[in-house]
Every structure is written in structure tokens, then in C-alpha cells.
Design a protein around this ligand. Structure first.
Ligand SMILES: NC(=O)c1ccc[n+]([C@@H]2O[C@H](COP(=O)([O-])OP(=O)(O)OC[C@H]3O[C@@H](n4cnc5c(N)ncnc54)[C@H](OP(=O)(O)O)[C@@H]3O)[C@@H](O)[C@H]2O)c1
Length: 315
């Protein structure tokens, strides 16, 4: 991509979209087109078509979605399916109609079958049913990936899909009702430190293995793919680094400075024992993660402490 290229980042106020904006600007891409949800509702087909016809972006990064945890997905599968399908279709179709040169669609690891062999390879998509709790979301995301690949097959457009691992980073949600595991643990250990608690109890055995990617790293990989990948097959974006929930807790204990003990509670469920994206495809293309998990979490914790006091915006 030329540094003057006109790039539309959809969902730029979100966790992942804001990281793309930071990374693009840091790399010298200055001609960004941004619209908040209030300025452009991606569910409004006509408004999206008008926006593309008027702005004519050359590149599009689709980081807009209705995103939520297990509870939100279980309670509202209809909205998670409908809104994500609708947003993707409006955006991807208008991008196609207006002659966008290249589009990056962001999928999610929940698109993979629940029983997927680990680590999850891109070719395992659609080989089984996704986890039932977020099926509506997963099917909508699979729909977006398929639409990009059909457009490529039929019309030769360069629309690609990336499937990132679990992400964390600046701008993350620390609200206990909605937070992901890393912000939730940061808050838990910080409170334990402040309250001089003797111990923190961890649900499960702590043996379950997970993979996390810093959003700045994720954005770097996404820009790399825009510059170096054209193909129908999606590309996983992960670190290849697995961590057990107990190791993650020990890391967060160090970062927050909590001095008590970590106690596991094996009577509580572990969830899936392993969930890892196979990142060999993006590694073969020449990209590798550069932010270690401990560095990334320390950066997020500094941002959180500063943000709490000063109300800093993510971008
Ligand atoms: N977070 C992760 O761990 C992770 C991992 C892998 C992949 N991803 C993918 O990355 C993408 C973004 O995720 P995220 O975690 O950054 O989510 P997020 O923080 O909730 O951001 C979603 C963005 O989409 C916007 N949006 C939602 N509905 C919209 C609408 N109708 N019209 C216009 N804008 C709308 C939101 O704006 P408002 O907030 O104003 O509604 C926000 O800017 C998703 O496709 C997700 O599957 C995320």
C-alpha cells in the first residue's frame, strides 16, 4: 500500500480497530477515513453504499462487529447473527461495487469447529459445527469469509480474511461484566494487592492452554497481509505461544505486584483444555509476532492505571 493510499478502517473506535489506526499512523499511512457508529450505521445498506460512492476508499479494514462474551451471545444469538451478517454484507458488497482495491475482513477463532484438532489450521474451517454458545456469531463470521472468497473467485477482487487469536490491548474493556480474561485478571490481582489479600483463587486447575495476541501486534500482522498476501484461503494471526491459565496468573501477579498466593480450585470447570491457532501460514509469508505476552500485558496495565486516572482515549 502506498503511504498516501486512502484507507477506511471500519470499527475504528473498537479494541482491534483502534489498534489498526495507531499502527497505520505509526507506519506513515496518513490518509485514513474514519466514521463512528453514530456517523455511519453499518446496518444501513443505503448509507453504506452512499459512503463508499462518495469517499471511494482504496483499501478497507473491516474491524466492525457486534462482539460479546458467552452470556451476551447466548442471550441474543439472533442479533449476533443478523447484525454481523448485515454489517459484513453491506460493507463488503459496497466495497466491491465501488472498486476497492483490497479489503481485509477480520474473522474470529470461534469460526473453527468446536472439536477442531489443535492447533487449528485454516483448512479446518467448515469441517464441523462451531461451539453452540456463539454459533450465531461464528456463522455470520464464516459468511463474511465466504463472501470475500466468492467475490474473488467470481470477479477477481482482492478481498482477504484474517483469523486472529484472542486479542488484548490498549482500549480493552475492564468492566467486570464484559471483560476478557486478561483485563479481568489484572483487576482481580490489583484489588487483591490493594486489599492485602493473602491469596487469589483461580477457577479450575489452571492447566488449560490459551493463546493471546497484543492488538498492536495483530494490527501489524493485518497491515503485513494487506501488503503481502492475496488469496482465497484465510490466514490465522497468532503468536504461536501457548500459556497455561496458571502461568498467565503468575505473570499477572508479577505485573500487578501482588505478593500473596495463587490457589487453584479444581472443582470449577477449566473450559477447553487447548485453543491455539496454527500460525504457520503467516510465518511462512514472513511475519512473526514481536510483542511477548508479558511485555504486552505490562503495557496494557500501564495504560489501564493511567486511563483510570486521566480518562485517556485509546486513539
Ligand atoms: N477482541 C478479540 O479478542 C478479537 C479476536 C479475534 C478477532 N476479533 C475480531 O475483530 C473485530 C473487532 O473486535 P473488537 O474486539 O475490536 O470489538 P469492539 O471493541 O466491540 O469494536 C467493534 C467496533 O465495531 C463498531 N460497530 C458495531 N456495530 C456497528 C454498526 N452497526 N455500525 C458501525 N459500527 C459498528 C463499534 O462501534 P460502537 O462501539 O460505537 O458500537 C466498534 O467500533 C471483530 O470482527 C472480531 O471478531 C476480535
Amino acid at each position: 500500500m502506498d503511504k498516501n493510499a486512502k484507507i477506511y478502517v471500519a470499527g475504528h473506535t473498537g479494541l482491534v480497530g483502534s489498534a489498526f489506526v495507531r499502527r497505520l499512523r505509526a507506519q506513515g499511512y496518513h490518509n485514513l477515513v474514519l466514521r463512528t457508529h453514530g456517523e455511519l450505521d453499518l446496518l444501513n445498506q443505503q448509507a453504506v453504499a452512499d459512503f463508499f460512492a462518495q469517499e471511494k476508499p482504496e483499501y478497507v479494514i473491516d474491524a466492525a462487529a457486534r462482539v460479546g462474551g458467552i452470556r451476551a451471545n447466548t442471550e441474543a444469538p439472533a442479533e449476533f447473527f443478523y447484525e454481523n451478517m448485515e454489517m459484513e454484507q453491506n460493507l463488503i458488497w459496497s466495497a466491491f461495487r465501488s472498486g476497492v482495491k483490497k479489503l481485509l475482513f477480520l474473522g474470529s477463532a470461534c469460526m473453527y469447529p468446536k472439536q477442531c484438532p489443535q492447533p487449528m489450521k485454516e483448512e479446518m474451517l467448515l469441517t464441523g459445527l462451531p461451539e453452540v454458545t456463539n454459533e450465531g456469531y461464528a456463522l455470520a463470521k464464516i459468511g463474511g469469509q465466504r463472501l470475500c472468497s466468492y467475490l474473488r473467485r467470481q470477479y477477481g477482487v482482492d478481498f482477504i480474511t484474517a483469523i486472529p487469536a484472542n486479542a488484548y490491548g490498549i482500549g480493552d474493556n475492564f468492566d467486570p461484566q464484559h471483560s476478557h480474561v486478561i483485563p479481568a485478571l489484572l483487576v482481580k490481582y490489583r484489588e487483591a494487592k490493594q486489599n492485602h489479600a493473602p491469596s487469589v483463587t483461580l477457577w479450575g486447575t489452571g492447566a488449560a492452554l490459551r493463546e493471546f495476541i497484543d492488538t498492536d501486534d495483530l494490527a501489524d500482522a493485518g497491515i503485513f497481509l494487506l501488503n503481502h498476501y492475496s488469496g482465497e484461503e484465510p490466514v490465522n494471526i497468532g503468536t504461536g505461544e501457548e500459556v497455561s491459565i496458571l502461568e498467565l496468573s503468575q505473570m499477572i501477579k508479577r505485573i500487578t505486584g501482588f505478593e500473596g498466593e495463587i490457589v487453584t480450585d479444581p472443582t470449577k470447570p477449566d473450559g477447553m483444555m487447548r485453543r491455539l491457532c496454527d500460525s504457520s501460514r503467516i510465518h511462512a509469508l514472513g511475519w512473526r509476532s514481536t510483542v511477548s505476552l508479558e511485555q504486552g500485558i505490562a503495557k496494557l496495565y500501564r495504560w489501564y492505571l493511567q486511563n483510570q486516572q486521566e480518562g485517556v482515549e485509546p486513539c
